[in-house]
Write a protein that binds this ligand. Structure first.
Ligand code: CAA
Length: 259
């Protein structure tokens, strides 16, 4: 497995784990860190032994945002020709396998945005979410104003983005930002359990299911339902559909082959 400077990478069975590891800066998302995250995500996506990926940080911080010290002197010509968000951060959107954000501690600014780019967010009970960019004289720049609004609605998103108010884990669960809240000590074991469940299912149907849910964010209801129908019907071309349904009829566990 590749060696990185700012992340730790490990596998537990068929689950790949990427841990942001820049504790001295609360995992502020500098260029090197995001390049490494992108590289590790791509490597797991290509690895046939991996079925799901967990992206996590430390107990104190998932990530406290883009690296303010690295950004502060950048000029408009700098950022227009090196779009650090588009070039490095959005790799997570290209990954076909499910990516689970396991969030403990601060997920602020770009940290909250990175978590929201993942397919689901599992939160520890000490998680805190926020978009405090307004305090810096800027606004969210990695999709926060769009994804947070879609996740939790206009009024709450507006309050958080305009006033920098943070949301704790319980509120984030009530607001549907996260799929579940678990005790801090259970965060990685629970995320791995989700990954293991995914790994026990048919890889092609998991990839298509992820695509179908993401389509809901990108299109109208009518077009989304049509896209879902095409995907649903397409899965009848897989051996795993035959196996899944035969196993149900024969009252046995399916043995999926990812074909
Ligand atoms: N960038 C760079 N360094 C950061 C950082 C960031 N986003 N967040 C924290 N750090 C650094 C601090 O500067 C400090 O470093 P030093 O010890 O060298 O001074 C170290 O991490 C520890 O931080 P604190 O001492 O501030 O820790 P704390 O526990 O007192 O406070 C905190 C924690 C509330 C998260 C606070 O660090 C904070 O407010 N951080 C900034 C949060 C923020 O504004 N995020 C948005 C960034 S902009 C963005 O993300 C743009 C975008 O949309 C893409």
């Amino acid at each position: 497995m590749a060696e990185y400077g700012m992340i730790l990478v490990e596998t537990q069975g068929k689950v790949g784990i990427i841990r942001l590891n820049r504790p001295q800066a609360l995992n502020a998302l500098c260029d090197q860190l995001m390049s490494e995250v992108g590289e590790a995500l791509r490597a797991f996506d290509k690895d046939p032994g991996i079925a799901a990926i967990i992206l996590t940080g430390s107990e104190k911080a998932f990530a406290a945002g883009a690296d303010i010290k690295e950004m502060k002197d950048r000029t408009f010509p700098d950022v227009i020709f090196d779009d650090f968000i588009g070039d490095r951060w959005e790799t997570v959107l290209e990954i076909r396998k499910p990516v689970i954000a396991a969030v403990a501690g601060f997920a602020l600014g770009g940290g909250c945005e990175l978590a929201m780019m993942c397919d689901m967010i599992l939160a520890a009970d000490n998680a805190k979410f926020g978009q405090p960019e307004i305090n810096l004289g800027i606004i969210p720049g990695a999709g926060g104003s769009q994804r947070l609004t879609r996740a939790i609605g206009k009024s709450k998103a507006m309050e958080m983005i305009l006033t920098a108010r943070m949301m704790d884990a319980a509120e984030a669960e009530r607001a549907n930002l996260v799929c579940r809240v678990v005790p801090l000590a259970e965060l990685i074991p629970e995320a791995v359990k989700i990954g293991e469940k995914i790994a026990s299912l048919s890889g092609p149907s998991i990839a298509i299911a992820k695509d179908a849910v993401n389509t809901a964010y990108e299109t109208t209801l009518t077009e989304g339902v049509k896209a879902e129908r095409r995907m649903f019907l397409g899965l009848f071309a897989t051996a795993d559909q035959k196996e899944g349904m035969a196993a149900f009829a024969e009252k046995r566990k399916p043995a999926f082959t990812n074909r």
